[in-house]
Structure formats: C-alpha cells, structure tokens
Ligand binder design. Structure first.
Ligand code: ATP
Length: 235
C-alpha cells in the first residue's frame, strides 16, 4: 500500500576489514518515495547502500525490507527480495554491446521490464543496441546501468551518484527518468553530491556525516533547512 515503510535501517554499523565506517545509521524509505542521502565525500553514503545490498563484510544493527530482516542475508537473497544497486562506477562491460550488457544481470523476480519496455524508457539505448560498452558516452553508460537493473524485477532501486561527471542536459534526462520510474511505482534510494539535481527529484533527504545520519527532512521543509545544508554540504 502507498506510504508503507519499504526499507527500515536502524543503528546500522559497518566495517571494511578493521575499518569501522558506519557508526549508527538510521533512516527509512516508504513505498513510492525518492529518498536521497546527502553528505560530503567519504561520509559513508556508498557504504550505506552497499550494506543494504549485503556486499559489506561486517554489518550490525537492523536492516528490514518489506518487513523481513535482511541484516545478515547474502547479496543474492537480497536481490531476490527485489532490491537492485546501480554503483557509482556503473559497471558496464566494455567488450559487450548494449544488448549483452542489458541481458547480463539475472532476472530474479517476476515483474521485470521487457526489453521493449526498457527501450520505451530509454530510446537512445535502442539506437545503440549493437554498440560496445566502450563506444558509449558517459550518459549512455549511466542510462544503460539504470536500464539493466529494471530487467531484474527489483522494485526498489539504489542509485549511487547517477549524475557524476555528466553534462547538464544529460543530468536533466536522468532526472526525467527517475521521475518516470517513480510514477511507475518504483521506490528509489539515491546518493547524490549534486544537491541541485537531488532537489528536483527527492521527496525526502537524509544527511550523512562521519558514518551517521545526523538529520533528515522533507523536500517541503527545504527552505527551513538551507542553513544545515550550507553547514554540512557547502551548498
Ligand atoms: P563518496 O562520494 O566519496 O563515495 P561516500 O559518502 O559514499 O563518499 P563511502 O564511499 O561510503 O563514502 O566511504 C566512507 C569511508 O569508507 C571513507 O572514509 C572511505 O575512505 C572508506 N572506504 C570506502 N571504501 C573502502 C574500502 N573498500 N576499504 C576501506 N575503506 C573504504
């Protein structure tokens, strides 16, 4: 049902080997929302997404997805629950063409988009179907990275800095894509450095600082929180 809590993270701590990175992260995402994690470089945003996806070795606290405890689940069990992660580095295979890249991630649930549905959302990818990964522009690679996870059947998408390094016109297209996915019922957890972009798509924000969530507010409360954004992000 609309507005139900889909993801609930509480007191999450995480480590890379001996390095203790997350020190108690608390936030939630409700059905149909776009929620954005903001914060400086190295604050722990990517580590938070990786923890939810189950690809960080040691994590404690609680991560619940659709009511199920996934804190210690394997990454493929988490994928089968319907969570997908689009990493900052995009992970496009250079030697594979667009079609092959699209077909690579396994379909883990019913309800995934067909290739035709994907091409309707990303018309340029259809034109580039037989182009190798290396021949794609940064924007095309980012579109492909998002498109690819839509096939899997996941309805909860985690996008890590999708606008990084892209031209303003491409950033705008990514904004339209996110808005469209939201209107189709996807729930999105976004990590962004680009606050201006985030403010065009986000329903709510959380600020991550030194491995903790230190604040959260809705887009409608933005003007009252500009001082905080200035302090924590320099925007
Ligand atoms: P960025 O935008 O730079 O990715 P972030 O908020 O996403 O920022 P994280 O990538 O989560 O930050 O990094 C948090 C901390 O964890 C940083 O201090 C970083 O140096 C450290 N870190 C990240 N990856 C590893 C790793 N594989 N091994 C050890 N430490 C890491």
């Amino acid at each position: 049902s609309a507005g139900a809590e889909v993801l609930s993270v509480s007191e999450l701590q995480a480590w890379y080997g001996e390095s203790h990175i997350l020190h108690g992260v608390n936030f939630n995402v409700k059905a149909g929302e776009v929620v954005t994690l903001l914060g400086r470089n190295g604050a722990g945003k990517t580590t938070t997404l990786k923890s939810v996806m189950g690809i960080i070795g040691k994590r404690t606290g609680s991560i619940r997805f659709n009511g199920q405890d996934i804190t210690r689940a394997s990454s493929d069990r988490i994928a089968r629950q319907g969570i997908a992660f689009c990493p900052e580095e995009r992970g496009i295979f250079a030697s594979l063409d667009v079609r092959e890249n699209l077909l690579l991630p396994p379909v883990v649930r019913s309800g995934g988009l067909s290739l035709d549905q994907i091409f309707e959302l990303f018309p340029n990818l259809k034109e580039r179907l037989n182009s190798q990964g290396t021949k794609l522009s940064g924007g095309e690679q980012q579109m492909l990275a998002i498109a690819r996870i839509l096939r899997t059947g996941a309805r909860f998408l985690m996008l890590d800095e999708p606008t990084e390094g892209l031209a303003p016109v491409i950033i705008q297209q990514i904004g339209h894509t996110i808005a469209r996915l939201k209107s189709e019922g996807f729930t999105i957890l976004l990590v962004e450095q680009n606050f201006r972009f985030a403010s065009t798509v986000a329903d709510r924000y959380y600020i991550v600082e030194h491995g903790k969530v230190i604040d959260g507010f809705a887009n409608s409360e933005l003007s009252a929180n500009m001082d905080k954004l200035h302090t924590y992000l320099g925007v």
